[in-house]
Design a protein around this ligand. Structure first.
Ligand SMILES: Cc1ncc(COP(=O)(O)O)c(C=O)c1O
Length: 426
């Protein structure tokens, strides 16, 4: 039976245990699982049979989470990780090798930018950054060693909306997988695979968890990319990391799942950035109310953006749901259920007055996170993106005056009163 998203978010992936009859998903705090026989153990290790071996590779609570997010994205399979950051790193090294490169939108979360710009080069993987709306630039940056096109659906921190359909057309033309970090939209607002994305990543730590209480990430595979092109070396040569398997050829009916099967059995298994069962449970709890919360975050976000737009002390506002916003035309083609809870703006008087604004907030918490039920505020240039040079910050659209708000679920009048009072202090 195909179900609506609100129902899927509450039920998908769980089969009620007929012995214990627990309605809530159980937290399986176990490291390992008992094999029935030598044959079963060997079949599990050889991927002839799917099942639990060791919780670094898979855990039943994690399994419900992965199945539920897969169903919410309408995709065949997912793998959860200890963080969104680990999800991104493991995804990249599951495709790229030394000497190969990524072509990425430049407006990334600061940690991802640093990973691409300074950490991956240690392993011989480089990144060419392109402005998110420069499609000719994306095409020009692709060369014979490019293996991935990467972008964030709503860029952090300037909130430009990425036109995934246009990027997907370029990815298809050069036979490259399109990877989309959809953290800022969540499956409640958008399914990027409907528009041509091949791999979707979420930091679960944000709106999916929804309460600022756990760190996790997930990678979803649309199963719609053909890895048999010889340029994808990890998929077309015997893999010494897994019994000499040739992932693009030896999986038979499962060959469309080569990426996600390798993700679990090679990088997750051997590098170990696994999610804890307790955190998997927290994210399942978050998913149950995700649709309700994203609707409310979006409603409150739009109200704050409209309020700020008309305030005399505000120099500029960016929110993809404002009709005057640079991203509105593209975002409104994709987002039919709301534009999310992030609002960024600059006050007249720039960085100095912006700092006074942040320090004047009382209801908002001043911290480095987004996607909490509680409203949050941050000055990214001096915190989450401070490891970037001023030039890199500007390339990603981050000006020194930018104040980032993650609008929570409190009463909108209370949120706006807090903003008014803080603006009065500058
Ligand atoms: C868009 C985006 N992707 C990925 C991450 C990294 O996720 P995590 O903090 O779960 O490692 C973040 C963190 O802020 C983010 O904003």
């Amino acid at each position: 039976m195909s179900k609506n998203i609100e129902t899927t978010a509450i039920h998908a992936g769980q089969v009620v245990d007929r012995q214990e009859k627990s309605r809530g998903v159980a937290v399986h705090r176990t490291s390992a699982y008992v094999f029935d026989s030598i044959q079963e153990a060997s079949d599990l290790f050889a991927l002839k049979k799917f099942g639990n071996i060791y919780s670094r590779i898979q855990n039943p609570t994690q399994d419900v989470l992965e199945k539920r997010v897969s169903e919410l994205e309408n995709l065949p399979a997912s793998v959860a990780f200890a963080s969104g950051t680990a999800a991104i790193f493991n995804t990249i090294i599951n495709i790229c090798s030394q000497g190969e490169n990524i072509v990425s939108a430049s407006n990334l979360y600061g940690g991802t930018y640093t990973m691409f710009d300074s950490i991956l080069p240690q392993f011989g993987i480089t990144t060419k950054f392109v402005k998110p709306d420069d499609f000719a630039g994306f095409e020009a940056a692709i060369d014979e060693n490019t293996r991935v096109i990467y972008g964030e659906i709503i860029g952090n921190p300037k909130l430009e909306f990425l036109d995934i359909q246009r990027l997907s057309a370029i990815a298809k033309k050069y036979n490259l997988p399109l990877i989309i970090d959809a953290t800022f939209a969540t499956p409640a607002l958008l399914n990027p695979a409907d528009f041509g994305a091949n791999i979707i990543i979420h930091s679960l730590s944000k709106w999916i968890g929804g309460h600022g209480t756990a760190i996790g990430g997930i990678v979803c595979d649309a199963g719609n990319f053909d890895w048999s092109d010889a340029k994808f070396k990890l998929y077309n040569k015997p893999d010494s990391n897994y019994h000499g398997i040739i992932w693009s050829k030896d999986l038979g009916e499962l060959s469309n799942l080569a990426f996600i099967l390798r993700l679990r059995t090679v990088p997750l298994r051997n590098l170990g950035a696994c999610i804890s069962p307790d955190n998997a449970w927290i994210f399942l709890q978050g998913l149950e109310t995700l649709c309700l919360r994203m609707a409310k975050h979006s409603e409150n976000g739009l109200a704050v953006a409209k309020f700020l737009q008309n305030h005399p002390k505000v120099a500029w506002v960016a929110y993809p749901g404002l009709e005057s916003d640079k991203s509105y035309e593209v975002a409104s083609r994709y987002l039919k259920k709301g534009f999310g809870g992030m609002v960024v703006f600059g006050v007249k008087g720039g960085e100095v007055e912006g700092a006074k604004f942040i320090e004047g907030l009382k209801l908002f918490s001043h911290l480095a996170n987004v996607g909490d039920a509680k409203s949050l505020a941050l000055h990214p240039a001096s915190t989450s993106h401070s490891q970037l040079t001023p030039e890199q910050q500007l390339e990603g659209g981050l000006t020194p005056d930018l104040v980032r708000l993650s609008i929570g679920l409190e009463d909108i009048d209370d949120i706006i009163t807090d903003i008014v009072e803080a603006l009065e202090k500058i």
